[in-house]
Design a protein. Structure first.
Length: 504
């Protein structure tokens, strides 16, 4: 069965299809967070150098972001169901290939292949929801479920990885994907209808190359500016490549009647507001998970599994808020929910910033609840993006939304992570042995402290205090960022915007 915008899919099949799409998103998002917990075990086993370690972390996001636009456009032509099921197969095969990986380069290759699968899966799920649910009210509810499952995936990643690493080798953190992907392929074959753009136009080879080169260069530049500062020559070259390639790509898309990516969607204020919401929320979540996971393990001393459990309040709040967001939007307006979600996230940062010293888990748990509840607005952001998008252009809309998540995640780590690193170095007045390692990271400082003998306790306490202070001051920067996002979204979003109403 191939559906177009006018073809109704039976209700039972629609919601069963949503279950398959939501489960796949849960797993892909979960996989993004698993590596953070598994990395120490992989490092101990394979002994990668610093460059290899960097590529283990970055390969997935770089490949995924580079392919999003191309794969979405291919899915519009080839069939979104076909693209999704192929993505399931690639993701499962890459996860299984980890059994043969016994060197850092092979793990990097597995991560890159997972990025290929993720690029096929993520935008396909969103564009298929747009085509499955032609009624905007139903679509808003479906996107609420989708957003909730993404939040569950982010929370389950560290917990599942922590449990597996306590009982099995690091390979198990990848292998858990395999049976789920087999079930997803079988269920998707029977439950998901096919959909495609009936008139996709000619394929633009130059735009394909420009989008890949520009997105990979942009993400590489953002990540390396965050790690090495604005003077890093590699990041500067990548930034220039990104500006030239993406500028050329946008100009080319705007000049063609059948562009690879429909940039003109940004002429819609609700669409732009949804993208800004997704981008800003992703910046916040990436920084929160990065800094709080380190603070819990290295300052508070919680083991990986307990750290995952203590991060759960954010997911629990998002699971509750995401399905409620469409109901709230119908009552108080989509603009209030979109801007209010960002404001709630800002309040979460403010709670950490204003918490009495010494910082304890109580204020952090409260902040996680507020940040998770603010994440509920992503359901309305997706609805705002998709509600005014024609079904034939749903691939472009999905690619833009997913790209905003990827760029937001990279910016969160690069910008707020860099602020945290600068504050940490500024607070740490240490000039003893291995001062460079100590000032580079809290993990490095604690490693040096273990070798210092009697002075170890003083250095460890000093480094932990400096990191906690950096977390608090970075939360202050987070407040400013979320306030700016709130104001932009408030003024971008029309005063009356009903994402549950039919658009033509």
């Amino acid at each position: 069965m191939t559906i177009t915008d006018a073809t109704a899919v039976p209700a039972r099949r629609r919601w069963a299809g949503l279950a398959v799409l939501s489960a796949s998103v849960l797993l892909v998002v979960m996989d993004m967070t698993v590596l953070n917990v598994a990395l120490p075990a992989i490092s101990e086993d394979l002994r990668p150098d610093s460059i290899e370690l960097l590529w283990m972390v970055d390969a997935y996001a770089l490949v995924l972001s580079g392919l999003l636009v191309t794969v979405s456009a291919l899915g519009d032509r080839w069939g979104r169901k076909r693209m999704l099921l192929t993505g399931f197969g690639v993701f499962g095969a890459a996860s299984l290939a980890v059994l043969a990986a016994d060197s850092p380069l092979e793990v990097i290759a597995v991560r890159a292949l997972l990025g290929v699968g993720g690029a096929m899966i993520m935008p396909s799920t969103l564009s298929m929801i747009r085509n499955l649910f032609t009624d905007p009210g139903e679509r808003a509810k479906a996107l609420g479920v989708w957003a909730a499952m993404a939040a569950v995936g982010a929370a389950l990643g560290p917990i599942v990885a922590g449990f597996l690493l306590e009982h099995f080798s690091w390979h198990s953190a990848f292998l858990v994907n395999v049976p789920v992907m087999v079930v997803a392929i079988a269920a998707g074959l029977f439950l998901l209808p096919e959909s495609r753009n009936p008139d996709p136009g000619r394929w633009d080879v130059l735009a394909t190359v420009l989008s890949m080169a520009g997105m990979v260069a942009l993400l590489y530049a953002v990540k390396n500016f965050g790690k090495y500062g604005l003077a890093d020559p590699g990041a500067l070259v990548a930034a220039v490549v990104a500006v030239v390639a993406l500028g050329w790509f946008v100009a080319r898309c705007l000049s063609r009647p059948d562009p690879l990516l429909e940039i003109r969607l940004f002429r819609s204020a609700p669409f732009s507001a949804g993208v800004v919401t997704a981008l800003t929320t992703s910046i916040a979540m990436a920084a929160v998970l990065l800094l709080l996971a380190q603070w819990m393990q290295l300052v508070q001393g919680y083991p990986p599994l307990e750290t995952g459990l203590r991060l759960l309040p954010a997911a629990a709040a998002a699971i509750i808020a995401s399905p409620l967001a469409p109901v709230l939007a119908a009552r108080i307006g989509a603009r209030t929910v979109l801007a209010g979600g960002l404001a709630l996230t800002g309040l979460g940062f403010l709670l950490v910033y204003l918490a009495p010293a010494p910082l304890g888990y109580g204020p952090v748990a409260g902040a996680l609840v507020l940040i998770g509840a603010g994440n509920g607005s992503l359901a309305i952001a997706s609805a705002a993006i998709m509600s005014g998008t024609p079904a034939a252009k749903s691939g472009s809309a999905a690619a833009i939304e997913e790209t905003s998540y990827e760029i937001g995640g990279a910016l969160g780590v690069a910008v707020l992570g860099s602020v945290a690193a600068a504050v940490y170095r500024g607070e740490l007045a240490y000039a003893g042995p291995a001062a460079g390692v100590v000032r580079e990271s809290l993990g490095g400082a604690l490693g040096v402290a273990k070798e210092l003998g009697p002075a170890a306790g003083h250095l460890a306490a000093q480094a932990r205090r400096a990191f906690t202070e950096s977390l608090i001051l970075t939360s202050g920067a987070g407040v400013a960022l979320m306030l700016a996002g709130t104001l932009i979204v408030w003024f971008l979003t029309p005063r009356v915007l009903d994402v549950t109403a039919q658009h033509h």
